[in-house]
Write a new protein. Structure first.
Length: 270
């Protein structure tokens, strides 16, 4: 039984994989240096590695990072938040983030722009349930899900650090069992704010739903939609001051904030 008191089980029963086409759309197929934010169960990590990318997987949970290291021993892992990353300035080609809406978006975008190389981009994926299936519609109602497709994140659209936001969506199916459906419910940000008693009542309802519709050991097919967004980092004509605690040292030959030719300074008036 999965409960809110057993977060370690979430990694084992709630793996989410995406269509290969979605992952390729997010990061590209040419080999890149990819920083993954909120790697969680490591499923997307494995897909990124399978496409040949050099992946640095991060998560705010130390337990998740330990699990990531076990699942993907050749991948660099770090315990870090989206708002405070351990990477050098301009050191990665792509930052890919799941659950972007759960971060301090402005602070996260500042960090993403800092660590991205010129020509790099941020990629965001947000999952929603496809409620055309009756039992999925009932599950969504238990979560208070209005099932509307997410709009392009305003924080990225309005950011002066990133350019035009491109979007696409990909439908896919995931096999879930009783515990997996409970784990999926616990991962919902609305459920995360509930007290322990409310969570347990919700889980009882989720278990009852599965028992009504479930197929025992065969599991159930859960249709989901991966809503994908990406935007290129804007190249500023000045160096970004290194953040204290970042991995490595700034290049002393190019001190941050000093300009030899102020006449050549470009200003973004957005």
């Amino acid at each position: 039984m999965v409960t809110s008191a057993e977060p370690s089980n979430l990694v084992e029963v709630s793996e989410t994989t995406y269509p290969v086409a979605a992952v390729a759309w997010l990061v590209g197929t040419d080999q890149k240096s990819v920083l993954e934010i909120g790697a969680g169960d490591g499923a997307l990590t494995g897909q990124l590695v399978a496409l040949g990318h050099d992946v640095h997987a991060t998560d705010s949970s130390a337990a998740a990072v330990e699990r990531l290291a076990e699942l993907h021993p050749g991948v660099r892992t770090s315990a870090a938040t989206a708002e405070r990353l351990p990477n050098l300035d301009a050191s990665v080609d792509v930052v890919v983030a799941r659950n972007f809406h759960t971060y301090d978006e402005e602070a996260a975008l500042t960090e993403f722009s800092r660590v991205l190389r010129p020509g790099g981009h941020v990629a965001v994926v947000i999952e929603t349930l496809d409620t055309k299936i009756p039992w999925v519609r009932k599950f969504a109602r238990l979560l208070g899900d209005e099932t509307a497709a997410p709009e392009t994140p305003d924080s990225i659209v309005q950011s002066t650090k990133f350019g035009f936001v491109d979007a696409d969506s990909f439908r896919h199916w995931t096999t879930v069992h009783r515990d997996g459906l409970c784990a999926l419910a616990l991962l919902d940000p609305r459920v995360a704010t509930m007290d322990a008693a409310a969570k347990e009542r919700l889980l009882d309802d989720v278990r009852a739903l599965y028992d009504d519709y479930g197929r025992g050991p065969d599991g159930m097919q859960l249709p989901q939609i991966a809503h994908c967004f990406r935007a290129g980092v804007i190249e500023h004509p000045w160096s970004v001051p290194p953040r204290d605690g970042a991995d490595g040292e700034a290049d002393p030959a190019q001190p941050a904030g000093e300009h030899d030719d102020d006449d050549g300074l470009l200003i973004d008036f957005r």
